[in-house]
Design a protein around this ligand. Structure first.
Ligand SMILES: Cc1cc2nc3c(=O)[nH]c(=O)nc-3n(C[C@H](O)[C@H](O)[C@H](O)COP(=O)(O)OP(=O)(O)OC[C@H]3O[C@@H](n4cnc5c(N)ncnc54)[C@H](O)[C@@H]3O)c2cc1C
Length: 308
C-alpha cells in the first residue's frame, strides 16, 4: 500500500484540525495532518484559556500539547512546518505537493487552516514588528517587564490580553477607535477593575517611530482630528483576524468576500469530499470550542463520505 496515500488529509493542526484528527484516528481512518507552522495554531498564542469546558485556567500551550498527543496516540501522522507547493482538490483523488517534493494523496480533505492576526497597516508597523510591536501576549509579554505598553483593540482578545499583560507591564493603555468596547461585559469589567489599565478612546494609530526598537506611537483623536505622539516601550495589536486561505484564493473552493471558506451545515465545501472546519470558514463565532465542534462535524462527515 502507498505510504503517502491517506483516507483523509487535514490541512492545519489548530484545535479544529487536531480534533478532526482525534475523531478520524479513533475511527481507524489513515489520517495525515499537515501544518505550515507549529500544531496548536492560535491556542499557542493564548496566555491563559479560561473558557474551555472541563479545564480551568490552562495555558494555550498546554491545551495544544494534549490535543496533539491525543491525535498522535490515535495514529495520526502529524507533520509540522511544511511548505505547500500545490493543492489539487477536485475529483476523487485529492493531492497535496510539498516544496521538498513529497506528494500525499487522500480520498477526502479537511481544510482547517485557521486565521492570523490582522495588521493595522500603518507606517512603521512592518519595521518595528518583533522590535516592540507584537500580536501575541503569550509569546512576548515577558519582554515588557515593568515597561509601559499600549494594547490596540476593543474586542474580547484585546481586553483579556491587556489584563494578562498587566502581570508584566507597569502600565497598559488600551487604545480603541470607538467610545465603547465590543467585548463581553465580564471582559470589560475585569479590565476596568484593573488599576494598571488606562484608556485612549476614539483614536487611531497613524504611525510608529523609533530607532533600533520602537520608541512611540502617533495617534489621531477621531473626535477632534488632533494628532498626538506618545512615548511607549511596546504595542500589542488585537484587532481581529483574517482567514488563512491564501492557498485557495485562485479557486476552486468557494470563498466569500472576506476570503473565508463557504460550507454547508455538514461543513462540506462546494467540492465533493472537501470539508472546512474552524476559523478559516465563514461563520460568526471564532473560539476554541467552536473550532473543536467544527473539527468533529467535518471528521464525521469525511468518514461518512469515504465509507460511501
Ligand atoms: C491572542 C488570542 C487569544 C485567544 N483567546 C481565546 C480564548 O481565550 N478562548 C477561545 O476559545 N478562543 C480564543 N482565541 C481564538 C481561538 O484561538 C481560535 O478561534 C482557534 O484557535 C481557531 O482554531 P482553528 O483550528 O480553526 O485555527 P488556528 O488555531 O488558527 O490553527 C490553524 C493552523 O493551521 C495552520 N495553517 C495555516 N495555513 C495553513 C496551510 N495553508 N496549510 C496547512 N496548515 C496551515 C496554522 O499554522 C495553524 O497551526 C484566541 C485567539 C488569539 C489570537
Amino acid at each position: 500500500m502507498d505510504k503517502n496515500h491517506f483516507d483523509v488529509i487535514v490541512l492545519g493542526g489548530g484545535p479544529a484540525g487536531l480534533t478532526a484528527g482525534i475523531y478520524l484516528g479513533r475511527s481507524k481512518a489513515k489520517t495525515l495532518i499537515l501544518d505550515t507552522g507549529m500544531p496548536g495554531g492560535q491556542m499557542v498564542l493564548t496566555y491563559e484559556i479560561a473558557n474551555y469546558p472541563g479545564v480551568e485556567n490552562i495555558s494555550g500551550y498546554q491545551l495544544s500539547s494534549v490535543m496533539k498527543k491525543q491525535a498522535k496516540n490515535f495514529g495520526c501522522v502529524v507533520k509540522p512546518n511544511v511548505k505547500l507547493a500545490s493543492l489539487h482538490l477536485e475529483g476523487p483523488n485529492k493531492e497535496v505537493k510539498l516544496e521538498n517534493g513529497d506528494t500525499f494523496t487522500a480520498h477526502a480533505m479537511i481544510l482547517a487552516t485557521g486565521g492570523r492576526p490582522r495588521m493595522l497597516n500603518v507606517p512603521g508597523e512592518n519595521e518595528f514588528k518583533g522590535r516592540g510591536i507584537s500580536y501575541c501576549a503569550t509569546c512576548d509579554g515577558d519582554f515588557f517587564q515593568d515597561k509601559e505598553i499600549v494594547v490596540v483593540g476593543g474586542g474580547n482578545s484585546a481586553l483579556e490580553e491587556a489584563v494578562a499583560l498587566t502581570k508584566y507591564a507597569s502600565k497598559v493603555t488600551i487604545l480603541h477607535e470607538f467610545d465603547h468596547f465590543q467585548a463581553f461585559e465580564h471582559a470589560v469589567e475585569e479590565a476596568k477593575a484593573n488599576k494598571k489599565i488606562d484608556y485612549i478612546m476614539e483614536a487611531h494609530i497613524t504611525g510608529f517611530y523609533g530607532d533600533e526598537s520602537l520608541r512611540g506611537i502617533q495617534y489621531k483623536n477621531l473626535k477632534t482630528g488632533e494628532t498626538h505622539k506618545k512615548s511607549i516601550d511596546g504595542v500589542f495589536i488585537f484587532i481581529g483576524y483574517e482567514a488563512n486561505t491564501q492557498a485557495l484564493q485562485n479557486g476552486p473552493v468557494k470563498l466569500n468576500k472576506w476570503n473565508e471558506i463557504i460550507t454547508d451545515e455538514n461543513l462540506q465545501t462546494n467540492l465533493e469530499g472537501v470539508f472546512a472546519a474552524g476559523d478559516c470558514r465563514a461563520k460568526r463565532y471564532r473560539q476554541i470550542t467552536t473550532a473543536v465542534s467544527d473539527g468533529t462535524i467535518a471528521a464525521l462527515n469525511a468518514l461518512n463520505f469515504i465509507q460511501k
